[in-house]
Design a protein around this ligand. Structure first.
Ligand code: BG6
Length: 509
């Protein structure tokens, strides 16, 4: 594995949850695998004044809970923590950025980190345009004598197409596209990358991977948690902006893309963008016909009373923000013409699961008894999480008299591999950025094309009160209306488990 150059990782938003739960534990896991350079430092930057010691203590707590590598020896973690320090600034003050520059220069000369830096923006999105501009204005973007500067930006990248375009424009004033790493942590998941390997390292799938053999595709990423303490953010975002515009469309891109000419960052990202550009735009009529939005309502799940979305902290009583989305999407190109892609995501569903299901066409003629569309379609299930793996559903003979068919599973679990260390998404993505590999990061044109597709839907939902929003009891699979998207008789979504709500009603809100 390539070792990164010596560098400083500067994390803006260091007092936030992401730094504590994901970023520092991920860098610690890299440290444990000896994947960090000989000379490296992490500088946490935030407004809050705290000492280096306090920052290290807090991060140690995060590492103990969230790192992949268990902390069995305090000495190792303390050794890692020596690389961490903290610097408080007002992230909107140029004067403070000058101080930051002096501080980084001193660090560089003391630690010999080679004037290389990654700036990680884990701040509220309102600062995504501000911080890079201030870095640029004080010269912290300059690369001299072969040194490098990179910028990682968390999602959401923009609020809509116009704001994403504006943000890209602002960034490009100070950083070149090759220096900008727009993160979508789904692309860092091992099982998401396995989509590429499943498709492009097995000759058996390619001939089938098109409109001639695929009946429809389901892409699901749902969670049993509600919006937790993120009411303020979530109510202005909703499931479409929070999950679909980024994570689910990226999954769709990997499933639908053409084979790239090489395994090179640009070649792969070119193909993903082509998929986004081929999404059939939703007409006004399609919006109510092919998209369903919902909001969870209170219900009892396993004896526990769960509150509804509108009762959550920070949510207005008449909010029409969706906590659930289901859509029927078409990709108008040669490979996928006419094949529906059903996409759904939601909070407070019965379980947490992300999976892609390729539903193959049924046999042209049913030879055996008890065959219908659901049990004569082979399904390839790419399980992204949990229990990462791949499952192929095939029909087999039930032993005994006659020819009865039963669907059985040919099942692969990642956990069956003897070397099944699964790096976390942030571990993978941070390391990729350190070594300069942007394959698993989003390019500007991809983000823009994704917004271009979802913008009209979001606008119609916002402006047209006649488009319904359906209430679904917490612990169920979302609005019943979502079933109507799969128009064909007898066809249903794949439900990996049952509804769990003991009460609650489905309704229009
Ligand atoms: C984040 C969303 O991007 O992804 C969260 O903002 C969501 O709302 C999370 O819970 C899901 O990520 P994962 O990796 O747990 O599926």
């Amino acid at each position: 594995m390539k070792k990164p150059d010596n560098h400083i990782l500067v994390i803006f938003g260091a007092s936030g949850d992401l730094t504590y739960r994901k970023l520092i534990p991920a860098v610690y896991d890299l440290f444990r695998q000896n994947l960090l350079p000989e000379k490296f430092a992490i500088l946490g930057v935030s407004r809050t004044e705290i000492s280096d010691e306090k920052f290290r203590d807090k991060m140690k707590g995060g590492i103990k809970i969230f790192a992949n590598f268990k902390v069995d020896d305090d000495k190792i973690v303390d050794n890692f923590l020596q690389h961490l320090s903290y610097f408080a600034i007002d992230t909107e003050s140029k004067e403070h950025f000058r101080k930051l520059k002096n501080h980084l220069e001193n660090m560089n000369s003391n630690l010999e980190t080679g004037d290389n830096a990654i700036y990680y923006l884990s701040t509220p999105p309102t600062l995504y345009g501000v911080i890079p501009a201030l870095l640029g204005e004080v010269g912290l973007n300059t690369c001299s004598n072969g040194s490098w500067k990179k910028l990682i930006i968390e999602k959401p990248f923009g609020y809509d197409l116009a704001s994403a375009l504006e943000l890209n424009k602002k960034l490009s004033k100070y950083f070149r596209e090759e220096q900008i790493y727009r993160i979508d942590h789904y692309l860092g998941k091992e099982s998401v990358q396995n989509i590429l390997v499943t498709r492009f390292s097995n000759g058996v799938f390619e001939p089938l991977w098109n409109r001639n053999y695929v009946h429809h595709v389901e892409i699901t990423s749902v969670e049993s948690i509600g919006i937790e303490n993120r009411g303020g953010y979530y109510d202005s975002s909703g499931a479409m902006r929070d999950m679909v515009q980024n994570h689910l469309l990226q999954l769709t891109g990997l499933i639908a893309m053409e084979p790239p000419s090489s395994f090179d960052s640009n070649a792969i990202r070119n193909e993903i963008v082509k998929v986004f550009q081929s999404f059939r735009p939703f007409s006004e009529n399609d919006i109510s016909k092919n998209s369903i939005r919902g909001q969870y309502t209170s219900a009892t799940v396993k004896g526990e009373k769960l509150i509804g979305y509108r009762e959550e902290k920070g949510i207005s009583k008449d909010s029409r923000t969706e906590s659930y989305v289901a859509m029927k999407v078409f990709i108008d190109n040669w490979r996928w013409g006419g094949v529906p892609f059903y996409i759904r995501s939601g909070k407070r569903l019965p379980t947490k699961v992300t999976e892609v299901v390729i539903n193959f066409k049924p046999t042209p003629h049913f030879l055996f008894s008890k065959q219908d569309i659901n049990n004569s379609c082979n399904q390839l299930v790419l399980r992204i999480q949990p229990d990462e793996g791949v499952l192929l559903k095939v029909g087999m003979k039930v032993p005994g008299q006659g020819f009865n068919v039963q669907t059985v599973n040919l099942d692969f679990h990642y956990s069956d591999l003897s070397h099944s260390y699964l790096p976390t998404a942030y571990e993978r993505l941070l390391h990729d950025c350190m070594i300069g590999d942007s394959t698993l990061y989003q390019r500007a044109d991809a983000v823009e094309s994704a917004w271009k597709f979802v913008d009209p839907i979001l606008n119609a939902w916002k402006n047209d009160n006649k488009i319904p929003i359906y209430g679904y009891p917490a612990g169920t699979w979302g609005p019943e209306k979502a079933d109507n998207l799969l128009e064909e008789k007898g066809l249903t979504w794949r439900y990996p488990c049952k509804n769990l709500a003991e009460d609650g009603i489905y309704c229009e809100l």
